[in-house]
Design a protein around this ligand. Sequence first.
Ligand code: 3HC
Length: 309
Amino acid sequence: MVMAATHGIRRMAVLGAGQMGSGIAYVAAVHARAHVVLYDKSSAQVTNGLALLHKLLDKDVNKGRITKEQAAEARERIVPLQMDGSGYTPLRDLDMVVEAVSENLSLKQKIFTQLAIDTNPSTILASNTSSISITKLAAAAIPESASAASDAGLQSAGRVVGLHFFNPVPVMKLVELIPGLQTTSDTLSRVEGFARDCGKEVTKSRDVPGFIANALLMPFLNEAIMCLESGVATREDIDKTMRLGTNHPMGPLELADFIGLDTCLAIQQTLHTGTGDTKYRSSILLERMVDAGWLGRKSGRGFYEYPSK
Ligand code: 3HC
């Protein structure tokens, strides 16, 4: 509660109503008690995101974690909106915007450039990116009329920060915070307070490709895919070995399907191009699976089959 007073994040928007964006909206509305506008360009995604939020709230009521009244209040705090191509007019009076769209540098840069125009200069601009440079996104958030080293440029870029949640957001206890070169200490401490109010533990990483988590996790997932590719073992035995032999909650192939194979590939490519280190080169099998549209759980097929999708 003391944190809530200091970070001052009461009204926010989440851009992207996928698994991550909906999860972020949930913890923000339920735990940090923020008012959240949940945006997506696809109306189906907005509908699905809202359905997931309602399901999570119902489950928390059934489990006695929150009362019906608290759930009703949280529902009122979340407003779903479809982006209509006319800019983000309702973004004017917000304390923070969290971008949670797919892991694509040029898409995110475009969004940050637009956010620099559509938001108040005091609004924090956070990215839930898994691996993309926060410094690059901050540079994209400088208005055309300002240079990177001018006061206006520094002020605009200084409000950009990495706020990396983990999937499933309501369950996973961590948030990674990543300052870019330009991020101010005030921005960083405010988002730290907000993340703690969302019920999360916090770690801080320098702005390197993949930060802490994905720089460690992605080579592990990639090695597992290469094991499968080269016929070392079956998918079941690779996963079972890591689940039962090393106490991972999910095996690496199961986890890659859970994260999304397109997301895994995009992160691995960022790691590879960002470091030039061949240890991050993604397996051909992963590339081919993404080519085939086999993206894991979300598409109904990845290393395993998910027939209900
Ligand atoms: N959304 C919301 N909640 C979910 C969920 C989802 N997609 N999937 C499961 N849950 C919830 C369940 O509802 C349940 O909640 P409850 O305790 O309130 O009932 C809780 O998670 C446990 O679920 P289950 O009992 O059904 O299943 P498990 O005990 O097998 O746990 C799991 C499921 C939590 C997903 C567990 O398998 C796990 O921890 N897996 C590893 C997840 C992981 O590593 N995530 C990080 C991925 S990396 C990442 O996100 C970074 C990105 O940049 C790539």
